[in-house]
Design a protein around this ligand. Sequence first.
Ligand code: SF4
Length: 358
Amino acid sequence: MTQLFSENSPRYNLHKQWNDDRKEAYLYERLSNDKVRCILCPRVCTIEKGSVGFCKVRKNIGGRLFTQNYGKATHVTVERIEAEAIFHYKPGKKILSMGNFGCNLDCDYCQNWTYSQFQYTPPESIQEYTSEELINKALSEEIEVLSWTYNDPAVWFEFVIDTAAEARKRGLLNLFKSAFFLNPEAVSELRKVIDVFAVSIKAMDEDYYTKFTKGWLGPVLEGARQVYRGGTHLEVSNLVVTGLTNNNQNYDKMINFVMSDLSPDVPLHFTRFHPDYKYMQYEKTPLIDVENARNRGLEKGLKYVYVGNAFESPGLNTYCLKCGEKLVERFGLTTNVSETIDKSGVCIKCGHRTPMVF
Ligand code: SF4
Protein backbone atom coordinates (compact mmCIF):
# COMPACT_ATOMS: atom_id res chain seq x y z
CA MET A 1 0.00 0.00 0.00
CA THR A 2 1.02 3.58 -0.38
CA GLN A 3 2.52 6.42 1.59
CA LEU A 4 -0.46 8.64 2.26
CA PHE A 5 0.35 12.31 2.09
CA SER A 6 3.11 14.58 0.86
CA GLU A 7 5.35 15.96 3.58
CA ASN A 8 3.82 19.43 3.02
CA SER A 9 0.32 18.29 3.89
CA PRO A 10 -1.09 19.14 7.34
CA ARG A 11 -2.44 15.60 7.42
CA TYR A 12 1.07 14.22 7.00
CA ASN A 13 2.02 15.97 10.23
CA LEU A 14 -1.12 14.68 11.89
CA HIS A 15 -0.18 11.11 11.01
CA LYS A 16 3.37 11.73 12.18
CA GLN A 17 2.15 13.12 15.48
CA TRP A 18 -0.20 10.15 15.90
CA ASN A 19 2.72 7.72 15.63
CA ASP A 20 3.24 8.31 19.33
CA ASP A 21 -0.43 8.00 20.09
CA ARG A 22 -1.42 4.67 18.67
CA LYS A 23 -3.26 1.46 19.35
CA GLU A 24 -2.15 -1.88 18.00
CA ALA A 25 -4.75 -3.36 15.65
CA TYR A 26 -6.67 -6.41 16.88
CA LEU A 27 -6.95 -8.33 13.63
CA TYR A 28 -3.74 -8.61 11.63
CA GLU A 29 -0.82 -10.90 10.86
CA ARG A 30 2.86 -10.13 10.80
CA LEU A 31 4.66 -11.12 7.59
CA SER A 32 8.29 -11.33 6.54
CA ASN A 33 10.31 -8.21 5.72
CA ASP A 34 8.39 -6.17 8.31
CA LYS A 35 5.19 -6.29 6.26
CA VAL A 36 1.79 -6.84 7.87
CA ARG A 37 -1.53 -8.15 6.60
CA CYS A 38 -4.68 -6.53 7.99
CA ILE A 39 -7.50 -9.07 8.23
CA LEU A 40 -10.24 -6.78 9.49
CA CYS A 41 -11.97 -6.44 6.14
CA PRO A 42 -12.07 -8.41 2.88
CA ARG A 43 -9.36 -6.27 1.27
CA VAL A 44 -6.79 -7.96 3.53
CA CYS A 45 -4.29 -5.22 2.70
CA THR A 46 -0.65 -6.19 2.79
CA ILE A 47 1.07 -3.09 4.15
CA GLU A 48 4.75 -2.24 4.02
CA LYS A 49 6.57 -0.48 6.82
CA GLY A 50 5.58 3.21 6.96
CA SER A 51 2.53 2.76 4.75
CA VAL A 52 -1.21 2.70 5.36
CA GLY A 53 -4.00 0.45 4.11
CA PHE A 54 -6.81 1.39 1.73
CA CYS A 55 -8.79 2.94 4.60
CA LYS A 56 -5.87 5.28 5.37
CA VAL A 57 -6.16 4.88 9.14
CA ARG A 58 -4.22 1.64 9.71
CA LYS A 59 -0.50 1.99 9.48
CA ASN A 60 2.49 -0.32 9.57
CA ILE A 61 4.90 1.11 12.11
CA GLY A 62 8.02 -0.95 12.61
CA GLY A 63 6.47 -4.15 11.31
CA ARG A 64 3.34 -3.96 13.47
CA LEU A 65 -0.10 -2.67 12.53
CA PHE A 66 -1.52 0.29 14.44
CA THR A 67 -4.82 2.12 14.18
CA GLN A 68 -4.43 5.85 14.05
CA ASN A 69 -8.01 6.72 14.90
CA TYR A 70 -8.38 5.18 18.36
CA GLY A 71 -10.33 7.61 20.57
CA LYS A 72 -10.56 10.22 17.85
CA ALA A 73 -14.02 11.38 16.84
CA THR A 74 -15.30 13.87 14.30
CA HIS A 75 -18.92 13.78 15.49
CA VAL A 76 -20.52 13.19 18.86
CA THR A 77 -24.18 14.08 18.41
CA VAL A 78 -27.47 13.38 20.13
CA GLU A 79 -30.04 12.03 17.67
CA ARG A 80 -33.09 9.83 17.51
CA ILE A 81 -32.63 6.12 16.80
CA GLU A 82 -34.67 6.40 13.58
CA ALA A 83 -31.80 8.45 12.08
CA GLU A 84 -29.91 5.14 11.81
CA ALA A 85 -32.66 3.37 9.84
CA ILE A 86 -33.63 1.45 12.96
CA PHE A 87 -37.42 1.48 13.40
CA HIS A 88 -38.08 -1.68 15.43
CA TYR A 89 -35.78 -1.17 18.39
CA LYS A 90 -36.69 1.32 21.08
CA PRO A 91 -38.58 3.65 18.71
CA GLY A 92 -38.07 7.35 19.40
CA LYS A 93 -35.18 6.83 21.82
CA LYS A 94 -32.30 9.28 22.01
CA ILE A 95 -28.94 7.89 20.92
CA LEU A 96 -25.40 9.23 21.13
CA SER A 97 -24.11 9.05 17.54
CA MET A 98 -20.37 8.96 17.10
CA GLY A 99 -18.37 9.18 13.91
CA ASN A 100 -14.72 8.95 13.10
CA PHE A 101 -12.75 9.17 9.83
CA GLY A 102 -11.53 6.81 7.16
CA CYS A 103 -13.46 4.06 5.38
CA ASN A 104 -12.73 0.75 3.75
CA LEU A 105 -15.01 1.66 0.83
CA ASP A 106 -15.04 4.74 -1.40
CA CYS A 107 -18.60 5.20 -2.68
CA ASP A 108 -18.88 7.80 -5.42
CA TYR A 109 -22.03 9.27 -3.84
CA CYS A 110 -20.93 8.98 -0.19
CA GLN A 111 -23.15 11.11 2.07
CA ASN A 112 -20.31 11.47 4.62
CA TRP A 113 -17.37 11.79 2.26
CA THR A 114 -15.47 14.53 4.08
CA TYR A 115 -15.03 12.09 6.97
CA SER A 116 -15.03 8.73 5.22
CA GLN A 117 -12.25 9.86 2.89
CA PHE A 118 -9.57 10.93 5.31
CA GLN A 119 -7.70 13.07 2.79
CA TYR A 120 -10.67 15.49 2.95
CA THR A 121 -11.18 15.48 6.74
CA PRO A 122 -10.45 18.89 8.27
CA PRO A 123 -7.85 18.21 11.00
CA GLU A 124 -9.59 20.70 13.30
CA SER A 125 -12.75 18.55 13.24
CA ILE A 126 -10.98 15.70 15.03
CA GLN A 127 -11.45 15.61 18.81
CA GLU A 128 -9.94 13.22 21.35
CA TYR A 129 -12.20 11.18 23.66
CA THR A 130 -11.75 8.30 26.04
CA SER A 131 -14.29 5.51 26.27
CA GLU A 132 -15.07 6.71 29.77
CA GLU A 133 -15.85 10.26 28.60
CA LEU A 134 -18.29 9.06 25.94
CA ILE A 135 -20.02 6.66 28.31
CA ASN A 136 -20.32 9.34 30.98
CA LYS A 137 -21.71 11.79 28.43
CA ALA A 138 -24.41 9.30 27.42
CA LEU A 139 -25.28 8.52 31.03
CA SER A 140 -25.38 12.15 32.08
CA GLU A 141 -27.79 12.93 29.23
CA GLU A 142 -29.94 9.90 30.03
CA ILE A 143 -29.15 8.25 26.72
CA GLU A 144 -29.46 4.45 26.61
CA VAL A 145 -27.84 3.72 23.26
CA LEU A 146 -24.38 4.45 21.86
CA SER A 147 -24.51 4.54 18.06
CA TRP A 148 -21.36 3.82 16.04
CA THR A 149 -22.08 5.41 12.69
CA TYR A 150 -21.31 8.05 10.00
CA ASN A 151 -18.00 7.43 8.12
CA ASP A 152 -18.11 3.72 8.81
CA PRO A 153 -17.37 2.33 12.22
CA ALA A 154 -15.77 -0.73 10.59
CA VAL A 155 -12.42 1.08 10.58
CA TRP A 156 -12.90 2.26 14.19
CA PHE A 157 -13.01 -1.38 15.22
CA GLU A 158 -10.70 -1.38 18.25
CA PHE A 159 -12.26 1.70 19.86
CA VAL A 160 -15.78 0.40 19.17
CA ILE A 161 -15.00 -3.00 20.70
CA ASP A 162 -13.38 -1.53 23.81
CA THR A 163 -15.93 1.21 24.42
CA ALA A 164 -18.96 -0.93 23.63
CA ALA A 165 -17.79 -3.63 26.05
CA GLU A 166 -17.32 -1.06 28.81
CA ALA A 167 -20.60 0.65 27.96
CA ARG A 168 -22.45 -2.64 28.34
CA LYS A 169 -21.04 -3.08 31.82
CA ARG A 170 -22.45 0.35 32.65
CA GLY A 171 -25.93 -0.60 31.36
CA LEU A 172 -25.78 0.98 27.90
CA LEU A 173 -26.70 -0.59 24.56
CA ASN A 174 -24.70 -0.39 21.35
CA LEU A 175 -25.86 0.16 17.77
CA PHE A 176 -23.54 -0.40 14.81
CA LYS A 177 -24.49 1.20 11.48
CA SER A 178 -22.24 0.13 8.68
CA ALA A 179 -21.83 -0.85 5.04
CA PHE A 180 -20.60 -4.08 6.65
CA PHE A 181 -17.62 -4.73 4.41
CA LEU A 182 -16.03 -6.91 7.07
CA ASN A 183 -14.49 -10.34 7.50
CA PRO A 184 -16.46 -12.96 9.46
CA GLU A 185 -13.99 -12.86 12.35
CA ALA A 186 -14.62 -9.13 12.79
CA VAL A 187 -18.38 -9.66 12.69
CA SER A 188 -18.05 -12.36 15.37
CA GLU A 189 -16.14 -10.01 17.63
CA LEU A 190 -18.67 -7.22 17.10
CA ARG A 191 -21.58 -9.51 17.88
CA LYS A 192 -20.17 -9.96 21.37
CA VAL A 193 -20.71 -6.28 22.21
CA ILE A 194 -23.31 -4.92 19.75
CA ASP A 195 -27.06 -5.09 20.41
CA VAL A 196 -28.39 -3.67 17.13
CA PHE A 197 -26.97 -3.80 13.61
CA ALA A 198 -28.08 -1.43 10.85
CA VAL A 199 -26.59 -2.92 7.68
CA SER A 200 -26.48 -0.77 4.58
CA ILE A 201 -26.42 -2.80 1.35
CA LYS A 202 -25.57 -0.54 -1.59
CA ALA A 203 -27.04 -2.74 -4.32
CA MET A 204 -27.43 -6.45 -5.10
CA ASP A 205 -24.95 -6.34 -7.94
CA GLU A 206 -21.24 -7.21 -7.96
CA ASP A 207 -20.44 -4.91 -10.89
CA TYR A 208 -22.14 -2.04 -9.10
CA TYR A 209 -20.06 -2.61 -5.97
CA THR A 210 -16.84 -2.71 -7.98
CA LYS A 211 -17.64 0.39 -9.97
CA PHE A 212 -19.31 2.67 -7.44
CA THR A 213 -18.06 1.55 -4.01
CA LYS A 214 -14.62 0.02 -4.78
CA GLY A 215 -15.66 -2.98 -2.71
CA TRP A 216 -17.50 -6.21 -3.41
CA LEU A 217 -20.86 -7.58 -2.44
CA GLY A 218 -20.34 -11.15 -1.21
CA PRO A 219 -18.85 -10.35 2.23
CA VAL A 220 -21.56 -7.76 2.93
CA LEU A 221 -24.33 -10.30 2.36
CA GLU A 222 -22.49 -12.95 4.33
CA GLY A 223 -22.06 -10.50 7.21
CA ALA A 224 -25.81 -9.76 7.22
CA ARG A 225 -26.57 -13.49 7.20
CA GLN A 226 -24.10 -14.03 10.05
CA VAL A 227 -25.81 -11.39 12.18
CA TYR A 228 -29.26 -12.77 11.40
CA ARG A 229 -28.26 -16.36 12.17
CA GLY A 230 -26.73 -15.18 15.43
CA GLY A 231 -30.00 -13.61 16.51
CA THR A 232 -28.84 -10.02 17.08
CA HIS A 233 -31.37 -7.34 16.14
CA LEU A 234 -30.89 -6.49 12.45
CA GLU A 235 -32.39 -3.98 10.04
CA VAL A 236 -31.28 -3.56 6.44
CA SER A 237 -31.21 -0.39 4.38
CA ASN A 238 -30.61 0.41 0.73
CA LEU A 239 -29.73 3.93 -0.38
CA VAL A 240 -31.75 4.48 -3.54
CA VAL A 241 -29.54 6.64 -5.75
CA THR A 242 -31.19 8.56 -8.57
CA GLY A 243 -30.06 7.18 -11.91
CA LEU A 244 -28.26 4.21 -10.36
CA THR A 245 -30.48 2.14 -8.10
CA ASN A 246 -33.95 3.68 -8.44
CA ASN A 247 -35.21 0.82 -10.56
CA ASN A 248 -37.39 -2.26 -10.05
CA GLN A 249 -34.54 -4.65 -10.70
CA ASN A 250 -32.61 -3.27 -7.73
CA TYR A 251 -35.68 -3.19 -5.49
CA ASP A 252 -36.62 -6.76 -6.34
CA LYS A 253 -33.13 -8.14 -5.71
CA MET A 254 -33.00 -6.40 -2.33
CA ILE A 255 -36.46 -7.67 -1.42
CA ASN A 256 -35.61 -11.23 -2.52
CA PHE A 257 -32.43 -11.25 -0.46
CA VAL A 258 -34.22 -10.19 2.72
CA MET A 259 -37.06 -12.66 2.02
CA SER A 260 -34.93 -15.67 1.23
CA ASP A 261 -31.68 -15.22 3.18
CA LEU A 262 -32.93 -13.31 6.23
CA SER A 263 -36.62 -13.21 7.10
CA PRO A 264 -39.79 -11.36 6.05
CA ASP A 265 -39.77 -9.99 9.62
CA VAL A 266 -36.47 -8.14 9.09
CA PRO A 267 -37.24 -4.47 8.33
CA LEU A 268 -36.00 -3.20 4.98
CA HIS A 269 -35.52 0.56 4.54
CA PHE A 270 -35.35 2.20 1.11
CA THR A 271 -33.74 5.57 1.82
CA ARG A 272 -33.39 8.65 -0.33
CA PHE A 273 -30.07 9.91 -1.61
CA HIS A 274 -29.10 13.58 -1.79
CA PRO A 275 -26.47 14.82 -4.27
CA ASP A 276 -23.01 14.61 -2.73
CA TYR A 277 -19.30 13.96 -3.39
CA LYS A 278 -18.89 12.84 -7.02
CA TYR A 279 -22.65 12.62 -7.58
CA MET A 280 -23.68 16.25 -7.68
CA GLN A 281 -25.25 15.89 -11.12
CA TYR A 282 -28.21 13.80 -9.92
CA GLU A 283 -31.31 15.10 -8.15
CA LYS A 284 -32.38 13.95 -4.70
CA THR A 285 -34.23 10.66 -4.98
CA PRO A 286 -37.92 11.45 -5.59
CA LEU A 287 -40.12 10.32 -2.70
CA ILE A 288 -42.32 8.40 -5.12
CA ASP A 289 -39.37 6.13 -6.00
CA VAL A 290 -38.80 4.90 -2.45
CA GLU A 291 -42.55 4.61 -1.92
CA ASN A 292 -42.78 2.42 -5.04
CA ALA A 293 -39.90 0.30 -3.73
CA ARG A 294 -41.72 -0.07 -0.42
CA ASN A 295 -44.96 -1.11 -2.13
CA ARG A 296 -43.11 -3.78 -4.13
CA GLY A 297 -41.59 -5.15 -0.94
CA LEU A 298 -44.96 -5.38 0.78
CA GLU A 299 -46.57 -6.97 -2.30
CA LYS A 300 -43.84 -9.59 -2.44
CA GLY A 301 -44.37 -10.60 1.17
CA LEU A 302 -41.98 -8.58 3.32
CA LYS A 303 -43.77 -7.56 6.49
CA TYR A 304 -42.02 -4.28 7.27
CA VAL A 305 -40.71 -2.05 4.50
CA TYR A 306 -39.98 1.61 5.15
CA VAL A 307 -38.88 4.74 3.35
CA GLY A 308 -36.03 6.83 4.73
CA ASN A 309 -34.73 10.40 4.54
CA ALA A 310 -38.31 11.56 4.09
CA PHE A 311 -40.20 14.11 6.16
CA GLU A 312 -43.68 12.74 5.78
CA SER A 313 -44.95 9.51 4.26
CA PRO A 314 -47.11 6.54 5.29
CA GLY A 315 -43.93 4.57 4.59
CA LEU A 316 -42.37 6.00 7.75
CA ASN A 317 -45.02 4.57 10.06
CA THR A 318 -45.40 1.12 11.60
CA TYR A 319 -48.81 -0.47 11.20
CA CYS A 320 -50.21 -3.60 12.79
CA LEU A 321 -50.11 -6.36 10.21
CA LYS A 322 -53.38 -7.86 11.40
CA CYS A 323 -55.75 -4.94 12.08
CA GLY A 324 -53.94 -2.06 10.33
CA GLU A 325 -53.72 0.09 13.49
CA LYS A 326 -51.01 2.75 13.30
CA LEU A 327 -48.65 1.67 16.10
CA VAL A 328 -45.81 4.13 15.58
CA GLU A 329 -46.14 7.41 13.73
CA ARG A 330 -43.02 9.15 12.42
CA PHE A 331 -43.06 12.69 11.11
CA GLY A 332 -39.99 14.85 10.53
CA LEU A 333 -37.87 14.40 13.64
CA THR A 334 -40.80 13.23 15.74
CA THR A 335 -41.74 9.68 16.69
CA ASN A 336 -45.04 8.98 18.45
CA VAL A 337 -45.54 5.50 19.88
CA SER A 338 -49.26 4.85 20.07
CA GLU A 339 -50.93 3.68 23.26
CA THR A 340 -52.28 0.80 21.19
CA ILE A 341 -48.99 -1.09 21.40
CA ASP A 342 -47.73 -2.43 24.71
CA LYS A 343 -44.14 -2.70 25.90
CA SER A 344 -43.90 -6.32 24.79
CA GLY A 345 -44.73 -5.28 21.22
CA VAL A 346 -48.32 -6.54 21.19
CA CYS A 347 -51.07 -4.57 19.43
CA ILE A 348 -53.61 -3.89 22.16
CA LYS A 349 -56.42 -3.55 19.64
CA CYS A 350 -56.19 -7.03 18.11
CA GLY A 351 -53.57 -8.93 20.12
CA HIS A 352 -51.12 -9.36 17.23
CA ARG A 353 -47.49 -9.65 18.36
CA THR A 354 -45.03 -7.51 16.41
CA PRO A 355 -41.24 -8.06 16.47
CA MET A 356 -40.68 -4.59 17.92
CA VAL A 357 -38.39 -4.13 20.94
CA PHE A 358 -39.21 -1.40 23.43
S1 SF4 B 1 -9.47 -2.29 7.37
FE1 SF4 B 1 -8.20 -0.91 6.12
S2 SF4 B 1 -6.12 -1.70 6.22
FE2 SF4 B 1 -7.51 -3.31 6.97
S3 SF4 B 1 -7.88 -4.61 5.19
FE3 SF4 B 1 -9.55 -3.12 5.28
S4 SF4 B 1 -8.90 -1.37 4.03
FE4 SF4 B 1 -7.09 -2.63 4.42
